[in-house]
Design a protein around this ligand. Structure first.
Ligand SMILES: C[S@@+](CC[C@H](N)C(=O)[O-])C[C@H]1O[C@@H](n2cnc3c(N)ncnc32)[C@H](O)[C@@H]1O
Length: 316
């Protein structure tokens, strides 16, 4: 069944976000967390990226423990630095950031070459803070190849340090980190977990820009969702989207019995660039066992009065 969310969700103010990341779910995180069943013990994110949803859930006290996984080992190395050595990581970022001053363009290339050799977390953090659209892009050889955005120096070290320490305070000691294929994580998930999945959009896998090096195969992914359903593991999935004129991603089969919530996500940057005024919508899917465990029906949760009053009065 399809439901429609009425307003464009906003990011939760004050929440730490140490990893600048194109495709982060910061803006939708509060809404996604509103569909968590009460007393969620462990949140599992097999496609964690910058883990905006885990961070929001920790900040709002909506889950006690977390599993963060991403196939990108360098990114998970950065998470390791944030959670296990926040002070050292912040100090290393500060040194790199300061050393670039006056020579930003060449310094970026130097750090990019060093990152491609040694995969150090602080180098990745600096590259993400400075590169075009904060997008992780690798070439066919697995080398980071995004260019610098020469208008930006990257987050000031004081700001970065605040975000790193904030994230560590929220997640360290309650979080497991992994860097494996999502299927391994799903196989280990339990019916007492909540799984949040944000796989790469089908449109950006295996394309010329190599934004993500590994495609998610549709049939395999649908099969995995079916096994979660049969093992009664509740999940929320960010999957496809559309603008007023174009749809991204293949439809999911009806046999999965998912509830779809279509969420307005503002104007499409691409369309704005092309001079059109196209709106974008993202879809969230809730699994049948999750819907069963929610204390309100999905219709109730999507009612406008819930947007204003019942969801997280503490942050509205
Ligand atoms: C859309 S991003 C997730 C963004 C995240 N929700 C956030 O808030 O930042 C998808 C992530 O899936 C990861 N990924 C791609 N293929 C994967 C796979 N087979 N297994 C696990 N992670 C994968 C990518 O490296 C990428 O970081």
């Amino acid at each position: 069944m399809k439901h429609t969310w009425q307003t464009v969700p906003k990011a939760i103010p004050g929440i730490p976000h140490p990893i600048p990341y194109q495709g982060s779910k910061r803006q939708l995180a509060r809404l996604i967390v509103s569909f968590f069943p009460p007393n969620t013990d462990r949140l599992v994110e097999p496609f964690a990226g910058s883990a905006a949803v885990s961070m929001a859930a920790a900040y709002l006290g909506r889950a006690r423990r977390f599993v963060l996984n991403d196939l990108d080992t360098a990114l998970m190395g950065l998470w390791g630095g944030i959670l296990n050595q926040p002070t050292e990581l912040a100090a290393k970022y500060r040194r790199i950031w300061r050393a670039q001053l006056g020579n930003e363009r060449r310094y970026y290339d130097l750090i990019r070459t060093r990152f491609n050799e040694h995969r150090r977390p602080e180098d990745l953090l600096y590259l993400l803070a400075r590169c075009v659209k904060a997008a992780i892009r690798y070439n066919a050889q697995g080398k980071f190849n995004n260019s610098p955005d020469n208008r930006r120096k990257g987050a000031h070290p004081d700001t970065m340090s605040r975000h790193i320490r904030g994230a560590a305070a929220l997640l360290a000691n309650h979080t497991e980190l992994h860097a494996v294929d999502y299927k391994m994580i799903l196989k280990k998930s339990r019916s007492s977990d909540l799984v949040y999945m944000d796989p790469p959009y089908q449109g950006v896998c295996n394309t010329h820009n190599h934004r993500y090096r590994h495609a998610i195969l549709y049939d395999e992914f649908v099969h995995m969702l079916g096994t979660l359903n049969s093992r009664q593991v509740p999940f929320i999935l960010s999957y496809d989207g559309r603008t007023d004129t174009k749809r991204f991603g293949r439809e999911l089969p009806k046999s999965l019995a998912l509830e779809q919530i279509e969420v307005p996500a503002g104007r499409s940057t691409q369309a704005t660039l092309l001079g059109r005024n196209s709106r974008t919508y993202e879809s969230l899917y809730l699994s049948p066992v999750l819907v069963e465990r929610l204390s309100h029906s999905v219709e109730q949760l999507c009612e406008p009065r819930h947007h204003q009053r019942n969801l997280f009065p503490e942050v509205l």
